[in-house]
Design a protein around this ligand. Structure first.
Ligand SMILES: Nc1nc2c(ncn2[C@@H]2O[C@H](COP(=O)(O)OP(=O)(O)O[C@H]3O[C@H](CO)[C@@H](O)[C@H](O)[C@@H]3O)[C@@H](O)[C@H]2O)c(=O)[nH]1
Length: 445
């Protein structure tokens, strides 16, 4: 009798676990993407670029791992599975005690193609639903709130939405919702004129049903492709272009207003990470979040230690001189050396860099293994969202306007050497450059 009760309990537990099983997919893109992120993306795939001290997608993984019932996280992209990616995956699996796998697209399949291509892997084990997250967004990821909304009213597609001002909304997917039901009535990807101030955050919760419309798009693409094949060509095989599916245009725009797509609005932190400037801004947002989520990651002022102002992350292996003044919004990577009297504000200093005595580094990303000589000043121009507009987001436009370099943060690529006592202002220095003088407003090739 006792054995059968225990067995029943065990079966019930498994049944509950299966019923609440969830997965997550992170769309990490590939090497042709992230061009606005150069020269930083030369060294490390953009999804692994450190933001607030940890790789960009670790923030996504941490958020997913906290959702009860999360069974597996899949990264889909078209990067070669190189050493940094493999090492990251191994470390993340151990840290979060979850299977985290990389599925490689052999050609870019767009934002929806990989989901359809790897549908069997996504649906293996029968998840109740799966999250889909763009890798290049920074957010507080309100995944549990999205799950509650989904469970209250399950629909194939639930999109996270936030507000943007009229001008900036044109850079995103724009959503027209029914304010009572939150159904998406109309969806336009990056419209040329104003459609709505509710924008798509690139964070979704899909039911298994969501894969059916993707299959329809795939089949339609294939028929259209076969019609376009030259006469006499063997059209019995698959048309290679059929696999490319644009989630936004092919699915959201096509299905809006048919009771399948809903939006969950958030007023939490959210920003895209397209350019180096937006990585710095995202780093600031995440450092602010750490007050609540990871206070242990924030440096505290300790007797005999450097002066800390505001939110600062210092990797435990970094050596920071006690007379340095750091912050606000500074993130210092592994093995970095910060000399006496250094002033560092609104900056990211990457693995192995060295800031010699009395350098001043403001609004800058210092690349891996770079050296800034004594008394040098390296400074960029902040390009923050308008603080007087609560709906403003970071502009990630091109670096140039009318042939001129726009003022932006300064970026030193990897292993750059800046001599002592020079000024580097508003410039981008490509990797391995050894400078011999001051530069302002230049890209140094
Ligand atoms: N696996 C894979 N991922 C891809 C591919 N193409 C893009 N991605 C990934 O998909 C995400 C979206 O990339 P983009 O295609 O560059 O779109 P976007 O300009 O960022 O706009 C999207 O995100 C906005 C929010 O940040 C949305 O507002 C917008 O509607 C759209 O979904 C990124 O994480 C990118 O790495 C692909 O072929 N394969």
């Amino acid at each position: 009798m006792r054995t059968s009760v225990t067995l029943l309990g065990f079966i019930l537990r498994i049944a509950v676990a299966v019923a609440t099983m969830l997965k997550a997919v992170i769309l990490i893109g590939g090497p042709q993407k992230g061009t606005r992120f150069r020269p930083l993306s030369f060294e490390v795939p953009k999804p692994l670029f450190p933001v607030a001290g940890v790789p960009m997608i670790q923030h996504h993984i941490e958020a997913c791992a906290q959702v009860p019932g999360m069974q597996e996280i899949l990264l889909i992209g078209f990067y070669q599975p190189d050493e940094p990616l493999t090492r990251f995956l191994e470390a993340a699996q151990q840290e979060f005690n979850l299977p985290i796998r990389y599925l490689q697209e052999f050609v870019p399949l767009g934002t929806g193609g990989g989901l359809y291509h790897f549908r069997d892997q996504i649906l293996a084990g029968g998840p109740e639903a799966f999250f889909v997250l763009n890798a290049d967004v920074c957010s507080d990821f309100p995944l549990s709130a999205m799950l509650d909304a989904y469970r209250h009213q399950p629909h194939p597609f639930l999109l996270l939405g936030t507000t943007a001002n009229r001008t900036q909304s044109l850079n995103y997917g724009c959503i027209v919702e029914n304010p009572q039901t939150h159904e998406v009535l109309h969806y336009v990807e990056k419209p040329s004129t104003f459609v709505s101030d509710v924008i798509n955050c690139g964070i979704y919760l899909f039911s298994p049903e969501a894969l059916k419309p993707l299959r329809d798009v795939f089949q339609r693409n294939q028929q259209d492709g076969q019609l376009c094949l030259p006469l006499g060509e063997d059209s019995s095989g698959l048309w290679p272009g059929a696999g490319t599916i644009r989630l936004e245009q092919d699915v959201f725009s096509a299905l809006a207003g048919q009771g399948q797509i809903y939006v969950h609005l958030t007023d939490g932190i959210w920003s895209q990470i397209k350019s180096a400037g937006s990585a710095l801004y995202a780093s600031r947002l995440y450092l602010g979040q750490y007050q609540l989520t990871h206070p242990e990651r924030l440096a505290k002022h300790a007797p005999g230690g450097p002066r800390i102002r505001g939110n600062v992350y210092i990797h435990p292996t970094a050596k920071v001189a006690p007379s340095a003044v750091l912050g606000p919004n500074v993130s210092i990577g592994e093995g970095v050396t910060v000399g006496e009297g250094v002033r560092l504000r609104e900056s990211i200093v990457l693995h192995g860099a060295m800031l010699q005595e009395h350098t001043c580094v403001l609004h800058t990303i210092v690349g891996w293994g770079s050296t800034v000589g004594r008394w040098a000043r390296v400074e960029g121009t902040p390009n923050d969202p308008n603080p007087n507009d609560p709906r403003a987001h970071m502009d990630s436009e091109s670096l140039f306007k009318d042939g001129k370099l726009l003022p932006a943060i300064t970026i030193l690529g990897c292993r750059v050497r800046i001599p002592a006592e020079v000024l580097i202002l508003n410039s981008i220095v490509l990797p391995h450059k050894e400078l011999s003088r001051s530069f302002t407003n230049q890209i140094i090739l």
